[in-house]
Design a protein around this ligand. Structure first.
Ligand SMILES: NC(=O)c1ccc[n+]([C@@H]2O[C@H](COP(=O)([O-])OP(=O)(O)OC[C@H]3O[C@@H](n4cnc5c(N)ncnc54)[C@H](OP(=O)(O)O)[C@@H]3O)[C@@H](O)[C@H]2O)c1
Length: 234
């Protein structure tokens, strides 16, 4: 953790008025990052911790999250949205609040649409769409009470219109995009947006040309802005 307060800040807007800059330094923010055991989530958690944020990280492989500088590490299997609710309770019990939620965890199961196993389709929707929604539902009331908060959902607009061989991933990411847009309209005063990381070299996309750290740094810029003018930011 740096000695000096972070220069990063979150500008938050309020409902029914001009965007008001409620400056909240990242160093005084509690940020929950799901899917922080690898790829973009791990890079994001590391960057946020370096900014001085109080970072709660969550995934199944807790052993991979020990070196991120996180304030708390949570084991969770988001293929069951009930576990997402338990995670929210656990993080609230640990830190008292969550100012920023980054729904980053994602699973990509490749199969043609006619061959996808129902259980894989189910898991894709649970991890990629329903658990993110459950986390948002659990954490939004606290954000509303405080009149401040940011929810970023990591989306994949390159595939969400449908992609050969990626039926489950594409459809579940399309659902996440739709939920993000509805939440954005309903969550007045709270910053909600989808983040498109581009094509990043990770376990999920081994051929990606971009580094996870670059995507993480772009996302931090959007978190600082609090609420983008568009629904999906990249
Ligand atoms: N890489 C790209 O080019 C790209 C492009 C567009 C969007 N995205 C999105 O970016 C996000 C991060 O993906 P990534 O590329 O960084 O891939 P990654 O390295 O494979 O990371 C995926 C993360 O999701 C977690 N996860 C998967 N299933 C889970 C489950 N059942 N419960 C809890 N956590 C689970 C994994 O943790 P555990 O396995 O430890 O649970 C891991 O930390 C995903 O939402 C992905 O769809 C990536």
């Amino acid at each position: 953790m740096p000695d000096a307060p972070s220069v990063h800040s979150l500008a938050l807007s309020r409902a029914g008025s001009e965007p008001v800059s409620v400056t909240m330094t990242l160093s005084s923010s509690v940020v929950l990052v799901t899917g922080a055991s690898s790829g973009i989530g791990a890079a994001l958690a590391r960057e946020l911790a370096a900014c001085g944020a109080t970072v709660a990280v969550a995934a199944r492989r807790t052993e991979l999250m020990q070196e991120l500088g996180a304030a708390s590490i949570h084991r969770v299997d988001l293929s069951d949205p009930a576990h997402a609710l338990q995670l929210a309770d656990e993080v609230l019990a640990t830190h008292g609040r969550v100012d920023v939620l980054v729904n980053n965890a994602g699973v990509r199961i490749d199969a043609p649409v006619t061959e996808i196993a129902l259980e894989d389709l189910d898991r894709s929707f649970q991890v990629n769409a329903l658990s993110p929604l459950m986390l948002a539902c659990a954490l939004l009331p606290g954000m509303r009470e405080r009149g401040a908060g940011v929810i970023a959902n990591v989306v994949a607009p390159q595939v969400s219109g449908g992609r050969r061989g990626m039926a489950a991933y594409a459809a579940s990411k399309a659902a996440l995009e739709s939920l993000t847009q509805t939440l954005r309209q309903e969550a007045a005063g709270i910053g909600v947006f989808g983040f498109d990381p581009g094509w990043v070299r990770t376990d999920l996309a081994p051929d990606g040309p971009d580094e996870p750290q670059a995507a993480a740094q772009r996302l931090i810029v959007h978190l600082e802005a609090g609420r983008g003018s568009r629904e999906i930011l990249s």
